[in-house]
Write a protein that binds this ligand. Structure first.
Ligand SMILES: Cc1cc2nc3c(=O)[nH]c(=O)nc-3n(C[C@H](O)[C@H](O)[C@H](O)COP(=O)(O)OP(=O)(O)OC[C@H]3O[C@@H](n4cnc5c(N)ncnc54)[C@H](O)[C@@H]3O)c2cc1C
Length: 314
C-alpha cells in the first residue's frame, strides 16, 4: 500500500482519490478552498456522442465508460438521452451536427418533450447519453471518501503528490489554458423538460439541463480567457436569448444564480496525464471533466501501477 496526496477537490481530484481508495491505497486530499472549482459550475452532461461533434473521435470510446462509473457511485445520474434542436431557419446546423456525430435518431422534438409544442419540427435524439447533478455528485463523492477514512486537510502533503488542480496548475504545466464558461441557474414553474436540450445556433448555442423541482442549469459561454470574474452582461444576454428560443415561457423563470468557471484545456482539448519533478498531474479536462475524469482516473491507476506505459490521449 502506498500513501498518496491528491491536490484539488474538483471532479478530477475526487475521482482520482476514489480510484485510489477503491484500490486500498492510503489517500489524503488537500483542497485549497479559496479557489473556485470549475466543477461546481458544470452542466453535468455525460454526452460523448454530442461532444464528438467538436472533439477528437476517441472521446466516444473514452466517454462511454462514464455513465456506468457514476451510476455505481452517486445517486443523481439520469439516463434519458440528449435532445438536440435548432430553429427552422437553422436546419442546416442540425444537418451539419448529424454529419459530425453518430448514434442518434431523427425525431419530432415534442414527442419527447411535450413542452416544446410545435416550435421545432426536427431534432436529433442521442438516447445513449446521460446527465447528473454535479454538485450532488461532488458532495456524495466527498462524503464517501470521508466515510472510508480519506482525510481532507490544508496542511503539508504527506504522500506522493497527484496534482489535480485544474487551471490552478497552469504555472506548472506548459500549454494549459483557461476557457471561461458562464452559466445560470433558472427556476421555472411553467416549463418542464426531462432531459438536457441543446440548441444549435450559429452564434449562441446553448443547453438547458434539468435539475430537480423546476431548476435548470443554462450554459454555457466558451471564451478563451483566464478571467474568472462574475458573468458579463453579454454572457447573460446571449444565454437568456437562446433560452427564450427554446421556450418563450422561460422569460418568467427566476435567475437563481449566475456563475463562471475556468475549464482547464490543452491545445488538443483532451486531457493528459503527465509527470514532472516528482509530481503526477491529471489535467486538461476542458468541457469534459465529468465525462472523462472516470476513465482518466482509471488510466492514471494503470500508469501508477506500471500496468500501462502512458500514451498521450492528446
Ligand atoms: C459552465 C461550465 C459547464 C460545464 N459543463 C460540463 C458538462 O456538462 N459535462 C462535463 O463533463 N464537463 C463540463 N464542464 C467542464 C468541467 O467542469 C471541467 O472539465 C472540470 O470541472 C475540471 O475539473 P478539475 O477537477 O480539473 O478542476 P476544478 O474543478 O477547477 O478543480 C480544481 C480544484 O483544485 C483546487 N486547488 C487549486 N489550487 C490548489 C492547490 N494549490 N492545492 C490544493 N488544491 C488546489 C481548487 O480549489 C479546486 O477545488 C463544464 C465547465 C463549465 C465551466
Amino acid at each position: 500500500m502506498s500513501s498518496w496526496t491528491v491536490l484539488g477537490g474538483g471532479v478530477v481530484g475526487l475521482c482520482v482519490a476514489t480510484a485510489l481508495m477503491e484500490r486500498g491505497e492510503e489517500v489524503e486530499v488537500i483542497d485549497d478552498l479559496t479557489s473556485r472549482p470549475a466543477s461546481w459550475f458544470a452542466g453535468g452532461m455525460l454526452a460523448p456522442f454530442c461532444e464528438s461533434e467538436s472533439s477528437p473521435s476517441n472521446i466516444i470510446s473514452l466517454g462511454e465508460y462514464s455513465a456506468k462509473w457514476w451510476q455505481k457511485r452517486v445517486s443523481s445520474v439520469e439516463q434519458r438521452g440528449t435532445l438536440v434542436i435548432a430553429p427552422a431557419r437553422d436546419t442546416q446546423e442540425l444537418k451539419r451536427f448529424a454529419r459530425m456525430t453518430k448514434k442518434y435518431q431523427w425525431v419530432t422534438p415534442n414527442e419527447l418533450e411535450p413542452a416544446l409544442e410545435q416550435r421545432f419540427t426536427q431534432g436529433l435524439f442521442f438516447s445513449c447519453e446521460a446527465h447528473l447533478n454535479p454538485r450532488i455528485a461532488l458532495m456524495e463523492m466527498r462524503e464517501k471518501l470521508l466515510q472510508n477514512g480519506v482525510v481532507f486537510h490544508l496542511h503539508k502533503p504527506r504522500g506522493r503528490i497527484i496534482d489535480c488542480c485544474g487551471i490552478y496548475a497552469a504555472s506548472q504545466l506548459s500549454g494549459l489554458r483557461g476557457v471561461r464558461g458562464e452559466m445560470l441557474i433558472l427556476k421555472s414553474n411553467d416549463v418542464h423538460f426531462s432531459r438536457p436540450i441543446r440548441l444549435l445556433h450559429p452564434r449562441f448555442p446553448c443547453y438547458l439541463v434539468p435539475r430537480y423541482d423546476g431548476y435548470f442549469m443554462l450554459g454555457a459561454t466558451m471564451i478563451e480567457s483566464i478571467d474568472d470574474s462574475v458573468i458579463s452582461v453579454r454572457g447573460m444576454m446571449e444565454l437568456l436569448s437562446s433560452a427564450y428560443v427554446i421556450h418563450p415561457a422561460l422569460v418568467e423563470a427566476r435567475i437563481v444564480e449566475s456563475g463562471s468557471g475556468l475549464r482547464p484545456a490543452y491545445a488538443s482539448n483532451m486531457p493528459k496525464i503527465s509527470y514532472k519533478d516528482g509530481i503526477f498531474y491529471l489535467n486538461g479536462m476542458y468541457r469534459h471533466g465529468f465525462l472523462l475524469a472516470p476513465i482518466m482516473s482509471e488510466q492514471l491507476m494503470q500508469y501508477l501501477s506500471g500496468e500501462k506505459i502512458y500514451e498521450n490521449s492528446s
